[in-house]
Design a binder for this molecule. Structure first.
Ligand code: NAI
Length: 336
């Protein structure tokens, strides 16, 4: 199968080539640095499939353009598919594949890393020590042990997070419309979202971004959280109303924010913009807070995860070639 891999970075190319070389029948891979959207879809001419990532735009217009070119398969090399118009793709007869699980541990571990760094101000400590400043003022954190932590979304990643938090000696509350026994086994107690927000010292988000979960954490939700609570988001930026969060940080109501995702990250993340003027004023404001810790969508970024992503994506392509459907399809029911 001829596959155009969009938004490809050198690490994508090396892991995909390594996984492809191990297949009995390797695919023909072309790596394009260009992001996929309605304007760039034309680059997929003569390809059977496109492979896309989290910030590519596979909306209705892109779907129509791909359909016109005869592309029959969209291979998402990620778990989320909020950037795909699944209805339009289904109507056009385009199959969509994804990688439902590659390393929930990678994301869970990064989540805890963000929480620890934010709490103990490791980002500030790192800079201070390098400048010979060993003063501790402003670096005080709290014991995570004994705190109540809310896990919103107890799928693969949320369960891993709950397990790690259990090891820290936290009381774990969870919210998910589909409770999981594994989360209960990890010591989590399911409660309604309102109760979780009201009771937790730390809230961490692990549910998908859907029309229902868009701005799940808005001004109302923030006002029902405990005074000085921490919010951690390694799921999708759109779960959080960033402007409302800035308000809550300014008032001191929110005690800290650690994020790996941002609702307008498409124009920022995965690129080196260090020589440019930041155009996003909301994001720029976020970076001014001493109690905000941001990473640029790197929670998934481990060697194990990249290897699994490449293997599963190529297996989706192979299955589609053999049986007309990817091994891990995205269907309209999954969006409803
Ligand atoms: P999953 O599909 O295993 O679990 C998601 C869980 O969220 C499910 O149990 C579902 O019932 C629950 N959920 C749905 N709506 C909810 C709601 N309104 N409130 C509470 N829970 C709700 O997904 P997985 O693998 O755990 O991933 C979670 C999210 O993490 C993905 O959707 C993706 O957006 C994000 N992610 C971020 C990465 C990063 O690098 N920052 C990497 C991989 C995933």
């Amino acid at each position: 199968m001829r596959i155009a891999v969009f938004s490809a970075k050198p690490y994508d190319e090396s892991t995909f080539r390594a996984a492809n070389d191990q297949l009995d029948k390797p695919h023909d891979l072309q790596f394009l640095a260009t992001p996929l959207d309605a304007g760039t879809a034309v680059l997929a001419q003569d390809f059977d499939a496109v492979c896309a990532f989290v910030n590519d735009d596979i909306g209705a217009e892109t779907v129509a353009a791909l359909d016109d070119l005869g592309v029959g398969l969209v291979l998402m090399r990620c778990a989320g598919f909020n950037n795909v118009d699944v209805g339009a793709a289904t109507q056009a007869g385009l199959s969509i594949g994804r990688v439902p699980a590659y390393s929930p541990h990678a994301v869970a571990e990064h989540t805890i890393g963000l929480l620890l760094a934010l709490n103990r101000r490791l980002h500030r400590a790192y800079n201070r020590v390098r400048e010979g400043n060993f003063a501790l003022d402003g670096l005080m954190g709290f014991d995570i042990h004994g705190k109540t932590v809310g896990v919103v979304g107890t799928g693969r990643i949320g369960i891993c997070v709950a397990r790690i938090l259990g090891g820290f000696g936290c009381r774990v509350l969870a919210h998910d419309p589909q409770p999981a026994q594994e989360a209960r086994d990890a010591g989590a107690h399911y409660v309604p979202l309102e109760e979780l927000l009201a009771e937790c010292d730390i809230v961490t988000l692990h549910c998908p971004l859907t029309p229902k979960t868009h701005h799940l954490i808005d001004a109302d939700a923030l006002s029902s959280m405990r005074d000085g609570a921490f919010l951690v988001n390694t799921s999708r930026g759109g779960l959080v109303d960033t402007r409302a969060v800035i308000g809550a940080l300014k008032s001191g109501r929110l005690g800290g924010l650690a994020i790996d995702v941002y609702e307008e990250e498409d124009d920022l993340f995965f690129e080196n913009l260090s020589g440019q003027v930041l155009q996003d004023d909301v994001f720029a404001r976020l970076l001014t807070f001493p109690n905000v810790f941001v990473t640029g969508h790197q929670a998934f970024f481990t060697a194990e995860a990249l290897d699994a992503i490449a293997r599963t994506t190529l297996a989706n392509a192979t299955a589609h070639e053999a049986h007309g459907a990817p091994e891990h399809p995205v269907t309209e029911e999954m969006v409803a």
